[in-house]
Design a protein. Structure first.
Length: 114
């Protein structure tokens, strides 16, 4: 499914989806089966709630513990934070003022008909 509401494109289904906000370039990805979530803010920072191995310019970085960060040369950060922290950051920063809140990040549920 692909659906756009008020500048936010929903791709996937309720169990595994990506939200892209064209008004501020934010993204949110969620997989209900694994519980993995990631939020990319409007300035290029990425926050995730799961460990990962990331390659940047052929250099390998590992995020294995909550609280670890990778500071990129362009000033952006990739961080491994708790699920609650990812949800709170997405709730506060994903939407622009006045934009329809189609997804409740804290309750992990859509607020619109899909």
């Amino acid at each position: 499914m692909i659906k756009t509401i008020d500048g936010i494109t929903i791709m996937g289904n309720v169990k595994s989806f990506t939200l892209n906000n064209s008004k501020n370039q934010s993204t949110f990805r969620f997989n209900a089966e694994s519980g993995n979530a990631s939020f990319g803010d409007s300035i290029g920072n990425t926050i995730q709630n799961h460990p990962s191995t990331i390659s940047i310019n052929f250099e390998v970085f590992k995020l294995t513990e909550v609280g670890q960060t990778i500071n990129r040369s362009n000033g952006n950060v990739i961080a491994y934070l708790s699920s609650k922290d990812v949800q709170e950051l997405a709730e506060k920063n994903f939407y622009e003022d006045g934009q329809i809140r189609i997804y409740d990040f804290m309750n992990q549920s859509f607020t619109v008909e899909l």
